[in-house]
Design a protein around this ligand. Structure first.
Ligand SMILES: [Zn+2]
Length: 251
């Protein structure tokens, strides 16, 4: 058995000083499965090396909706496809819509979201979805493409969860369950079908602690909180999440 981090940026510059120590810390905690999200050339260079070193790591590549430049983006799509093929990526992501950070570029974001979903469909790859203040549009667009995958860092309602699950998606929860008084995620997690629940850190981001760099090794605290919410043992949760992780990549 192993713990699985369904979304982490292990190629991030924030790990440049101590990447191998960070990996050693996660392996020591039995966090042996991970999806490495790469949204830049820098991150992909490191992510690819790690995926090649550790057979249970998966590689995801994309253009992040927050990184659209409005100049060379069409070329970046062409480059993305080449990188996905050259590095034998396991997934396209994270891709999606962020109306919180960039509310003025909705249509532009949608164009690149659609292009990446099309790419995933063509290459038969799962997708990792970033959706912030854009639930309705995310669902409407996803419905139009024959793909499935993961909804990352989920914070939606029980009703929205049902829609994503019906469409074949798994739902990944992060450190927000650790915030005091976080009753909404607890309700949603309690109502989740066992076979679609995933857990992530989004490391180095989304740490529950101020001024702390999040690491995959920290995921155990999130597992423990979710096991408590669901009233099951940590081992039981570990087993089912590991199965769910593997199922995302089963062809
Ligand atoms: Zn992320």
């Amino acid at each position: 058995m192993a713990f699985a981090d369904a979304h982490c940026h292990l190629g991030s510059r924030q790990f440049d000083q101590d990447r191998s120590e960070m990996i050693a810390r996660m392996l020591a905690k039995d966090v042996r499965k991970a999806i490495i999200i790469c949204c830049s050339e820098h991150d992909l260079g490191h992510g690819r090396k790690l995926r090649d070193m550790y057979p249970d790591f998966r590689l995801a590549i994309s253009i992040h909706p927050q990184d659209l430049e409005e100049e060379h983006d069409e070329q970046r799509l062409i480059d993305l496809k080449a990188a996905v093929l050259a590095s034998k990526a396991d997934m396209i992501g994270e891709t999606g819509l962020d109306y919180y950070s960039h509310p003025h570029t909705r249509e532009y974001q949608q164009h690149f979201f659609r292009a990446q979903l099309e790419m995933a469909a063509e290459l038969h790859l799962p997708v990792d979805i970033h959706s912030r203040r854009a639930t309705r549009d995310t669902i409407d667009i996803l419905k139009q493409y024959p793909v499935t995958g993961i909804i990352h860092s989920y914070s939606g309602s029980v009703e929205t969860t049902r829609e994503f699950v019906k469409m074949g998606y798994s739902i990944s929860f992060g450190a927000s369950v650790l915030f005091p008084g976080s009753r909404k995620p607890a309700m949603v997690i309690a109502a989740m079908p066992t076979d679609r629940l995933l857990i992530e850190t989004d490391a180095p981001f989304q740490s529950p602690l101020m001024n702390h760099r999040h690491e995959p090794a920290d995921i155990i605290a999130i597992y423990e909180a979710i096991a408590r919410i669901r009233g099951i043992s940590l081992a039981e949760l570990e087993r089912s999440v590991e199965d769910n992780f593997d199922r995302v990549f089963a062809r």
